[in-house]
Ligand binder design. Structure first.
Ligand code: D41
Length: 672
């Protein structure tokens, strides 16, 4: 029989281990119910034997009683600041200075590239392996004592995972809030009638500075560690990569995107690559920090004022900027949907000058209370279309005008309808509307549709402006001589375009159906229809019952298909296309493109050949469904490198777990 002290120690170990696996490794080893039962057992034990309750007990994450204010903590080792580089040239100069001081001549320096997490810098202090104090960075010399609040963050170990803890161990890192946690928090804030946080950084700051740590415990904060502070009773590693490795070994979460870059060109490449993936990371980063890997070289380089000469932050272009709305126009899309677009006083944001921003739809305008003449914050994140994020109400002038939905289409004058069950109003003109025709042509020519090489959106606009094409069918009667009348169109490019159009005549049924631009029919819907009906005739003759009998074709899509083919203008275009020689020679296409219909896959971990998004698209193009979570209906899980808990879940459900090679068998390698 164990003594209460022995059982408490055992429960500590079990609960620490489980929460490390759950929060840090994302790889749970027990069910929530088992965890809860161990947790309650410890709570009971501690209430019966108060002397067993220690600050590093797993029960102490729930928050403590409110404080009057935060005390001040002097950092044993100062928390340095970071110099910024705003361009590739400045980063190049940083590297030149480093090499000069290290007398490296042309030999490349090894740098560690770390995403610069947009949160709050903090320091965690462990004495004899136990978490005793946590503080904000403050001015770098001293910060606020936020120990109670930090203790509620599940990712922070309350005890170091080592048998031989050093006397003093300080870890430095960044507290932040994931996009997911931020959205959930703001939903519950607005449900409670409270003002939402503007961005995840503010939400993290607000949560960490709560005087009532029980409130902090309700917020899902995350943390990544990247450095060391004071260290006593243990050797300092030789490189930054080893520092990160050690942090991970003693139980801290370390960012998984961090890479070693040999030489400055590898640093440029890292920056570009992470900038591209910025929106898919699930948390905000505002740049990349580059650090000289060797700690001996770091010491040799030293500091200027309070910034190390061995590190630099290359900042991303700001994603938000303030400007004014001059006017609002309504753009008509391929299916007639009206999108309100704000014309702005030009402003530099996200690395480019922006003069238009989408307002999405009338509901959104109402929600954000946007008016013409308003001063607004525009946001351009990655490749997404710039949008008006919010109005600065303090700056609203008296003349600001409300935005009204037009009753008729601004392009063709047809009536605009605004169905109750749809967010967007629509022009009813169909192919009678020049805007709808143009958008239909752009879609038709696009890569995933007919894939007409060289026929991009701009050229479609030019061809339409010149009166050379009205509908997609006109593409196939174009002649090289006509094209040469266009600006910047020489003999060679004209004949290339004609060749590309010619080549598109031979296509697959799935691509053709997708290219028609039927409302509610995307790429995978088109693939399903092609597989099911095998010919365009069969599809055109199908009634709603036949259409809805297909898995994944619902009543809305079915009625859109019927409406499309019932429209005489559309029928005329389809007939003209077929008459101009469009053919679907490969039944093979129907076969491979839809061969995965009815299957549901889950992707996890990092793939070598593809991004997860690309792999997903390829699976969908073949008719498969790709889901974010594993269930009994999952056909298989494809696991890349360092997969998460999805693999465990798949195994427990008896769902097959396959590797990347098996995935490539299904979807081909990237160049196929
Ligand atoms: O991710 C970050 N925000 C981050 C911040 C990082 N990955 N590394 C950092 N490294 C340092 C030095 C090189 C000075 C140790 C930092 C910061 N500093 C930093 N954060 C706030 C001020 C300085």
């Amino acid at each position: 029989m164990k003594t209460p002290a022995e059982r408490a120690a055992e429960l500590h170990d079990l609960l620490h281990e489980h929460s490390h696996r759950y929060y840090v490794l994302d790889d749970p080893s027990v069910s929530d119910a088992e965890y809860d039962s161990l947790f309650r057992e410890l709570q009971v034990l501690e209430s019966e034997h108060p002397e067993l309750l220690t600050p590093d007990s797993p029960t102490q994450r729930v928050g403590a009683a409110p404080q009057e204010g935060f005390g001040t903590v002097r950092h044993a080792a100062p928390m340095l600041s970071l110099a910024n580089a705003f361009s590739q040239e400045e980063l190049g100069e940083f590297d030149r200075r480093v090499r000069e001081r290290l007398e490296r001549d042309d030999a490349p320096v090894c740098y560690v590239a770390e995403p610069k997490i947009d949160g709050l810098a903090i320091s965690l202090r462990y004495e004899n392996g136990v978490f005793v104090q946590g503080a904000t960075r403050g001015d770098g010399q001293s910060g606020e004592n936020v120990t109670d609040n930090l203790r509620t963050i599940d990712m922070i170990p309350l005890r170091l995972r080592t048998d031989d803890p050093p006397a003093v161990f300080e870890a430095r890192g960044e507290v932040f809030m994931s996009h997911q946690a931020f959205r959930a928090l703001n939903e519950s804030m607005s449900a409670a009638g409270k003002a939402a946080f503007v961005n995840p950084r503010n939400a993290a700051a607000g949560s960490l500075r709560q005087l009532d740590s029980r409130k902090t415990a309700q917020r899902r904060l995350s943390i990544n560690l990247y450095g060391l502070g004071e260290l006593q009773g243990m050797e300092i590693p030789a490189t930054q990569m080893q520092v990160l490795q050690m942090l991970q070994e003693v139980g801290f979460p370390v960012n998984r995107e961090i890479r070693l870059c040999e030489g400055i060109d590898a640093c440029f490449a890292f920056y570009e690559a992470i900038l591209q993936r910025r929106a898919t990371l699930g948390y905000d980063i505002d740049g990349v920090v580059f650090k000289v890997d060797s700690l001996a070289e770091q010491r040799e380089l030293g500091f200027v004022s309070r910034a190390p000469r061995w590190a630099i932050a290359q900042k991303f272009p700001a994603e938000e900027a303030t400007t004014t709305i001059d006017s609002v126009e309504f753009q008509v899309g391929r299916t007639g949907a009206l999108t309100p677009v704000a014309r702005l006083a030009p402003v530099f944001v996200g690395g480019v000058t922006v003069s238009n921003a989408t307002l999405h739809n009338m509901d959104e305008i109402g929600r954000k209370d946007i008016r013409i003449g308003d001063t607004v914050v525009v946001r351009r994140a990655g490749d997404v279309i710039p949008e008006v994020a919010r109005v600065i109400l303090d700056k609203r002038r008296r003349g600001a005008r409300r935005i009204k939905l037009p009753r008729t289409c601004p392009v063709c004058g047809s009536p605009v309808i605004n169905a109750d069950d749809e967010v967007k109003a629509r022009c009813t003109g169909g192919l009678q509307c020049a805007a709808q025709r143009r958008e239909a042509i752009k879609h038709f020519a696009s890569r995933r549709a007919m894939d007409i090489d060289g026929l991009g959106d701009k050229l479609v606009e030019q061809l339409a402006d010149a009166g050379l094409i009205e509908t997609v069918a006109d593409l196939y009667t174009l002649e090289a001589a006509q094209l040469q009348s266009l600006p910047r169109m020489g003999e060679k490019s004209a004949s290339n375009l004609i060749d590309a159009i010619d080549a598109s005549r031979e296509t697959t049924l799935a691509r053709f159906i997708f290219a028609l631009g039927i409302r509610d029919i995307g790429e995978s819907g088109a693939a399903l229809l092609a597989a099911q009906f095998g010919s365009l005739d069969a599809l055109m003759q199908a009634d709603e019952a036949e259409l809805t009998s297909i898995d994944d074709i619902g009543p809305i899509a079915a009625s859109s298909i019927r409406a499309f083919f019932a429209n005489p203008d559309n029928r005329a275009v389809v007939d003209a296309l077929l008459a101009s020689g469009i053919r679907f020679p490969t039944t093979d296409s129907v076969h491979t493109v839809s061969s995965l219909a009815g299957n549901t896959y889950v992707l996890t971990g990092t793939l070598a050949a593809f991004s997860r998004d690309e792999a997903k698209q390829r699976l969908q193009r073949r008719g498969a469904k790709v889901s974010g979570s594993v269930s009994g209906k999952t056909t298989a899980v494809f696991a890349g490198e360092s997969p998460g808990s999805k693999v465990t879940r798949a195994e427990s459900l008896g769902v097959p777990v396959l590797d990347e090679a098996a995935l490539l068998e299904l979807i081909g390698s990237p160049d196929e």
